[in-house]
Write a new protein. Structure first.
Length: 240
């Protein structure tokens, strides 16, 4: 999506978004992400992470090196995590857990929030956060059980809700489980659009806000104010 970054950022500004947090998953994306931060100032922020289906320790180390060197520009670490629907081999899962532990420790050391992907690995995510934390974390498009949600809330986690809330009962149920001060919005551009097959864009967080407002019975402006404050808090935006 970097070839369309200017278009998407311009659209977000026109539609009144307060900012964008760009999330990476490969070393090849890092310099583009940092370039956007330098070009767009306080409107575009970045988190740097690594593909939860990858096993290249050298690439992980290179990304970590950039995070340490450019800590002043980084607002989070992610997307990182575990995906057992993709990684099925027992030994590869062990490598995935080893890499995830490294991310937890780095986030803890730098006081940065982790943006966590979890699919079929929720119990291991909770166990590792318990063991190697405490660390600030954001659960991205979470699909685990109510019991797992409660455990993650106890660990201080926030949950980001994607545009698929318009068509996913699971995401609507998740939203109703959460205290308002732990809810964030995400577009997951270009995935998880509001309609099947629709490409997601940053402006689609407005769709998420309106759907949450309807589900929770809260005025959109009031809800927007709460979620904006949640975002500023977890990512320490404007507070360093």
């Amino acid at each position: 999506m970097y070839n369309r970054a200017d278009e998407l950022i311009s659209e977000a500004r026109r539609e009144g978004l307060l900012g964008i947090i760009n999330v990476t998953m490969r070393l090849s994306e890092v310099m583009n992400a940092i370039s956007l931060v330098n070009r767009y100032g306080e409107f575009v922020h970045t988190a740097l992470g690594y593909d939860y289906g990858g096993f290249d320790i050298k690439e992980v180390q290179e990304i970590m090196k950039v995070i340490n060197e450019r800590r002043d520009l980084i607002v989070g670490i992610g997307e990182v995590g575990l995906d057992y629907s993709v990684v099925r081999d027992r030994m590869l899962r062990e490598i995935s857990r080893h890499i995830f532990i490294k991310w937890i420790l780095l986030a803890k050391d730098l006081d940065l929030p982790l943006i966590i992907h979890s699919r079929g690995a929720e119990d291991d995510i909770i166990r590792l956060l318990n063991k190697y934390g405490p660390v600030k974390c954001v659960m991205h498009a979470f699909s685990g059980s109510r019991e797992q949600v409660m455990k993650l809330l106890e660990l201080g986690c926030y949950f980001s809700i994607p545009p698929t809330i318009t068509r996913s009962r699971q995401k609507r149920d998740l939203a109703m489980m959460l205290p308002l001060n732990r809810i964030l919005l995400e577009s997951d551009t270009p995935e998880l659009g509001p309609s099947p097959g629709e490409e997601s864009r940053p402006v689609h967080i407005k769709v998420v806000l309106m759907e949450l407002s309807r589900i929770l019975g809260i005025d959109p402006m009031e809800l927007d104010s709460v979620i904006s404050e949640n975002t500023l808090t977890i990512f320490q935006l404007g507070r360093k």
